[in-house]
Design a protein around this ligand. Structure first.
Ligand code: UDP
Length: 360
């Protein structure tokens, strides 16, 4: 079949995958075989997924250059290396012989991608291609990839399903979509089997309170709100209250990091069982406005959390909420931990235990 990049073709493959591979039951992750190479496993989503793999007894090796990740977040064997080092990457595959790969290592700030797209093309496209090549050379064929709802651009309809055309509106979304296209082409030509998991707003922290979200600089709403509650900031800026939403502030779909990690394990087990292409949204289907998030954080922390109206942040769509049932159909996945209060309570536990984030 000719490789194309249109959604209809991808759907056709996904449809056949569904026919051949049962999604399994709702409560079942499925069998997993290691070792798994987790690229970017020292970062926020990667470290929580490593934790989930380890809880299932699956051998893991983390590859991370620690440019934004944290050594303290990793208990698994860690290779500190960059995806730009192709020779080093080949050595990692030779030494660890991973059965499958999960790829989290990427730049993820929309604003930065507009002002400095060079970093995004280098890290999210060229380095991702290096990884695909290393996998091809090592005959490693199963890849779970962190994609994003930013690949859709401005939604044509809400809630946002996988039927929405992928027309990203910033370099971040474009570079992530480039990788989706590369994976599709490698699937058609070289037999790669992959999952493209399009996240909505990852949030929360492991319930144990030892893993959490630590970005430098921090730009995300929930950690910033909690920094106000910790007394580290005087107030939270609300970026715009004149959007066409019920209270005028932007609406987002916040998905608990533990639910995201679970979806990755499910995707991996289905790839290892023979699925070819799994592309789906990971969101809850529930949207919360910036004001609702701040109000919920006030209740959870008991802190008044002063807010200040600020102008709109460039590039912010008014509303991004996931729709559809594809993640359930493909992965048997439903969010279990993504009640907004639970997300905030878990994030708050991490922030109180680590008021300045990880030590490194
Ligand atoms: N936001 C805000 N104040 C902040 C940070 C974020 O009002 O200090 C808003 C932002 O404009 C967006 C929502 O909170 O509407 C979620 O932003 P975040 O950066 O957490 O995630 P994004 O949706 O941009 O990936």
């Amino acid at each position: 079949m000719q490789a194309t990049t249109d959604g209809g073709h991808a759907l056709c493959i996904i449809g056949s995958v569904m026919a051949e591979n049962s999604a399994g039951s709702e409560n079942e992750v499925g069998d997993l075989k290691g070792p798994i190479l987790v690229v970017g496993g020292a970062g926020y989503i990667g470290s929580h997924t490593v934790r989930a793999l380890e809880e299932k007894g699956v051998p893991v090796v983390v590859l991370d250059d620690l440019s934004t990740g944290h050594r303290e977040a990793v208990k698994a064997p860690l290779v500190q290396a960059s995806l730009s080092d192709r020779a080093g990457l080949a050595e990692v595959f030779a030494e660890w012989a991973p059965r499958s790969v999960m790829h989290f290592a990427a730049r993820c700030y929309v604003g930065e991608s507009v002002t400095d797209p060079s970093i995004y093309y280098r890290e999210n496209v060229i380095n991702a291609w290096n990884l695909l090549e290393a996998m091809r050379e090592a005959d490693c064929r199963e890849l779970v990839f962190s994609s994003t709802c930013a690949t859709y651009g401005i939604p044509t309809a809400l809630p946002l399903t996988e039927e929405n055309p992928q027309v990203p509106v910033n370099p971040y979304g474009r570079t992530k979509l480039h990788m989706e296209h590369m994976m599709e082409d490698y699937a058609n030509a070289y037999g790669l089997r992959y999952a493209a998991l399009r996240y909505f707003n990852a949030a929360g922290a492991a319930n144990a309170g030892d893993l959490g979200e630590h970005h430098d600089p921090e730009t995300h709403l929930i950690p910033l709100v909690l920094q106000v509650a910790l007394g580290q900031r005087d107030e939270i800026s609300v970026f715009g209250d004149d959007y066409p939403t019920p209270d005028g502030t932007c609406v987002r779909d916040y998905i608990h990091i533990v639910d995201l990690a679970d979806a990755h394990l499910r995707a991996l087990s289905r790839l290892q069982a023979g699925a070819q292409i799994l592309a789906c949204n990971l969101g809850t289907g529930d949207g919360y406005s910036v004001r609702e998030v701040i109000d919920a954080a006030r209740r959870v922390t008991g802190h008044p959390i002063p807010e200040r109206m600020a102008g709109r942040r460039p590039g912010d769509p008014p509303e991004l909420v996931s729709g559809g049932t594809r993640a359930f159909e493909l992965l048997g996945w439903r969010p279990q931990h993504s009640d907004l209060n639970d997300i905030l309570a878990d994030a708050w536990r991490f922030h109180r235990a680590h008021p300045h984030g990880y030590s490194d």
